[in-house]
Design a binder for this molecule. Structure first.
Ligand code: GLC
Length: 461
């Protein structure tokens, strides 16, 4: 490992810390001095989760505890009939500390300020996962047992579990409401959010105190998690056998005995997929809904599915085979590809609304994001693929330093620094640190709260 890279990453991560009344409470999204900031000077919930993992693995939990409690204070706690107010249980996409005459105050954004006004469906899920990681790595279960924290957990669950207009175990989400926070045809039931949902339910089950008012929540969480896992493993999985089954599907089937439950037309199988899928190896489809299967590959959902145990052992092994077989496409020069393949031509027009930032092989639309290294490391820690993460880290290391920890890379194999990428992007830095730590000591994955992994004592981090 390159010690000097790690040392400089730590200096930069520490420099990104935001303080409230003197105490560390989060990290800003980026500290680029050239490109205009927009809201990159704020603490993003999903971005901070990666910083939190880095600090927890380094044995520095104070900033994480402060962040967790700050989020509890910011969570919306009132039932709303006013469509301009965040719904009950929602946690903000980001917040900033503003200094005024009356002292410092925290201003939260639930998406109402964001470009295209996108709401964060993932904030509460990341918060639960960070809380789980905090308790697992510090042993400080008392923080999670506080009344206000238990209330906040139930608040997130109310928002996620209440019956609404659909009857699937997956969660229905609007376009651009998570890491991909622009229009990209990821509305419906995107795998990225479903994998987060699964991990968050796992966290909630571990965190809910054994008290009367939690009984129905614990029961609902267990049931939903099991249904969700079955649904994803059965209907989202794509390998050559499954694609062949879809290819020969009957359609317009009615009632209980339908095999083609979502009425997927075989004609929707894209040509690229037939040639691209290796003999062995598979992945979870990007999205599945009525009459719709999105065959695109999305990294966050797939890697998290492996790391969290949402994927079965056989599926995890097959997914790692796919990563190896299609390394140039999915890992690339500077790891890793966020979505594959890119939307181009009329698909790009129809599904992104002609978004120039998301033109083919750029940004969310087939760009490469080094932050995903931590998730690759987590998946490799689970499956024991030590050389895959090692070689990915080696190819990333020199570029990350030279390119000042860029936010993302463009091009089919991610060779060019993204056209609008921020430098000194905090989750690139933190993602590298977490990945390095997990590669060095895979048992640390258990400290981050992922199921079935080694316990705290098995990790030297
Ligand atoms: C961009 C990304 C989003 C991230 C934010 C801050 O908007 O799409 O996922 O949270 O930047 O880094």
């Amino acid at each position: 490992m390159n010690e000097s890279v790690r040392d400089s990453a730590w200096k930069l991560l520490d420099a990104s810390v935001v303080r409230l009344h003197g105490g560390p409470v989060g990290t800003v999204a980026a500290r680029d001095t050239i490109v205009q900031e927009v809201n990159y000077d704020q603490v993003f919930t999903r971005d901070f989760a990666v910083s939190a993992y880095a600090y927890l693995l380094a044995g520095k939990p104070e900033i994480v505890a402060n962040f967790l409690l700050q989020m509890v204070r910011l969570q919306q706690t009132e039932r709303q009939f006013d469509c301009f107010q965040p719904g009950e249980g929602l946690m903000p996409a980001s917040f900033k500390v503003v200094a005024g005459e009356a002292g410092e105050r925290v201003v939260a954004d639930f998406g109402e300020q964001a470009i295209a006004r996108v709401p964060p469906v993932d904030s509460g899920l990341w918060w639960l996962m960070v809380l789980h990681a905090y308790v697992n790595s510090t042993g400080d279960a008392a923080l999670a047992r506080r009344d206000e924290v238990q209330r906040a957990i139930r608040g997130v669950l109310d928002l996620c579990l209440t019956a609404r207009f659909d009857m699937f175990p997956t969660m229905l989400v609007p376009d651009g409401s998570f890491m991909i926070d622009r229009r990209m045809g990821v509305y419906g039931y995107p795998i990225d959010v479903q994998a987060l949902f699964y991990s968050a339910l796992t966290a909630a089950e571990a965190l809910l105190a054994d008290v009367e008012e939690n009984v129905r929540y614990i029961d609902a969480v267990r049931k939903r998690r099991d249904h969700l896992a079955y649904h994803i493993r059965t209907y989202y999985w794509l390998d050559l056998d499954q694609v062949n089954r879809i290819y020969r599907y009957g359609v317009e089937e009615y009632g209980e005995r339908a095999v083609n439950k979502f009425n997927i037309y075989p004609e929707t199988i894209p040509h690229w997929l037939m040639d691209w899928l290796p003999e062995t190896g598979g992945y979870f489809a990007g999205n599945l809904g009525p009459g719709r299967m999105d065959y695109r590959y999305f990294a966050q959902g797939n890697l998290l599915a492996v790391a969290s145990g949402l994927a079965s052992d056989a599926q995890s092994a097959a997914f790692m085979q796919l990563l190896r077989a299609r390394r140039d496409d999915l890992v690339g020069d500077v790891p890793l590809k966020l979505a594959y393949p890119a939307l181009d031509g009329s698909d790009w027009v129809a599904l992104t609304g002609m978004d120039p930032k998301n033109r083919a092989w750029s940004y969310h639309n087939g760009g490469n994001w080094p932050v995903l290294l931590w998730l690759l490391a987590a998946a490799c820690a689970r499956t024991g693929d030590a050389d895959l993460i090692e070689s990915a880290l080696e190819s990333a290391e020199s570029r990350l330093v030279r390119d000042e920890w860029a936010e993302y890379y463009d091009g089919r194999s991610g060779r060019l620094v993204g056209r609008q990428a921020r430098r000194q992007q905090t989750w690139t830095i933190a993602g590298y640190l977490v990945a390095r730590q997990l590669a060095q000591d895979p048992a640390c994955l258990g400290r981050l709260g992922f199921r079935g992994e080694a316990t705290v004592s098995g990790c030297t981090g």
